[in-house]
Ligand binder design. Structure first.
Ligand code: TPP
Length: 327
């Protein structure tokens, strides 16, 4: 113990702004979702939750170099995307609790997060639908000449929807500023990708649209971040879309707070392999123990305040049952 303390004390501080910010963003998402999992069985959370625990490197790596004017669209597994882009944590928590102060006034739940102040365009339960939404928003940015870029997150399952190739083609044809981001966790609910797709060469398929592609085999936060940061200047000047495929692993079950390893279609040994590459712990290694503790304390305080806000907020009034909904 004494030796560890001494080593920590002597280690030069590598807790630069970047390292602290990236660790803080990863840790905040991880802890927010762990809290959601902890609270879920109490029934205070009124919507299904699709947790991205284990996949955080992608949202943080892509969103960290983005500017406020840039936008994101995401999936029902979208807590990480929303938070990484700066979506309000109290409004997300209140949304999950079904409260009037939620980001969709308690009517959308975990799968429908939106925060237009942070340019989070929205997440959706319907697989693939936010891909053309991102492309449309990117088209508007091009027409308005804002120089803004849209990061469009999707699962590997979404690449099997018809709107995916249509969106790629349209974005490539019109040189739209879209970062297509495939969070490839290898499964669509219970179905492994090998049973759904004829080849695993997703990047090669996307490249046929003339879109530059890159595959990240272990979802390394910093590698993803550097790649996106390097691509942004050209994209802002009309260089057209890029595509990244980030291999990853969802640690928990498809939907809900638990795990699904006893169901027999995903193995604990694969989970353990991915846990050795835990993006949160990797990012922590760049910090001193004191710097990490300070960030952890701030994250805990912020999450506790968000949960309190959600608990204390009112439900939408009954007379609003049919407002802001289609049917
Ligand atoms: C259009 C549509 N088809 C089917 C479904 C049912 N469904 C819900 S989640 C899901 C799996 C999607 O997997 P993926 O895109 O890889 O995302 P992941 O859950 O792995 O993050 C499916 C098929 C749906 N919600 N929408």
């Amino acid at each position: 113990m004494a030796a560890t303390k001494a080593a920590t004390a002597k280690r030069p501080s590598r807790s630069g702004a970047d390292a602290g910010r990236i660790y803080g963003a990863l840790r905040r998402i991880r802890r927010a979702e762990e809290e959601i999992a902890r609270i879920y069985p109490t029934d205070k959370i009124k919507s299904p939750v699709h947790l991205s625990i284990g996949q955080e490197a992608i949202a943080v790596g892509v969103c960290d170099p983005l500017e406020p004017r840039d936008a994101v669209s995401g999936t029902y597994r979208g807590h990480a995307t929303y938070l990484a882009k700066g979506g309000s944590l109290p409004a997300m928590m209140a949304e999950l609790f079904g409260k009037d102060t939620g980001c969709a006034r308690g009517k959308g739940g975990s799968m429908h997060l939106i925060d237009m102040k942070a340019n989070v365009l929205g997440t959706s339960a319907v697989v693939g639908t936010t891909v053309p939404v991102a492309v449309g928003f990117a088209m508007a940015q091009k027409m308005l000449g804002t120089g803004a870029v849209v990061a469009c997150f999707m699962g590997d399952g979404a690449t099997e929807e018809g709107c995916f190739p249509e969106s790629l083609n349209f974005a490539a044809l019109h040189k739209l500023p879209v970062i297509f981001v495939c969070e490839n966790n290898g499964f669509a609910i219970h179905e492994p990708i090998a049973k759904r797709q004829a080849t695993d060469r997703l990047c090669a398929r996307v490249a046929t649209y003339g879109i530059p592609t890159k595959r990240f085999v272990d979802s390394d936060t910093r590698a993803i971040r550097s790649h996106v940061a390097a691509a942004l200047p050209k994209m802002r000047k009309g260089g057209g879309p890029i595509f990244i495929e980030c291999m990853t692993w969802r640690w928990r079950e498809h939907v809900g707070p638990g795990e699904d390893y006893d169901a027999g279609f995903r193995s604990i040994s694969t989970l353990k392999k991915w846990q050795k590459k835990d993006p949160v712990e990797i990012a922590a290694k760049a910090l001193t123990r004191a710097a990490r503790a300070e960030i952890d304390a701030a994250v805990e305080a912020e999450i506790a305040a968000a949960v309190r806000f959600a608990e204390e907020s009112p439900f939408p009034p009954v007379e609003e049952l049919y407002t802001d909904v289609f049917a």
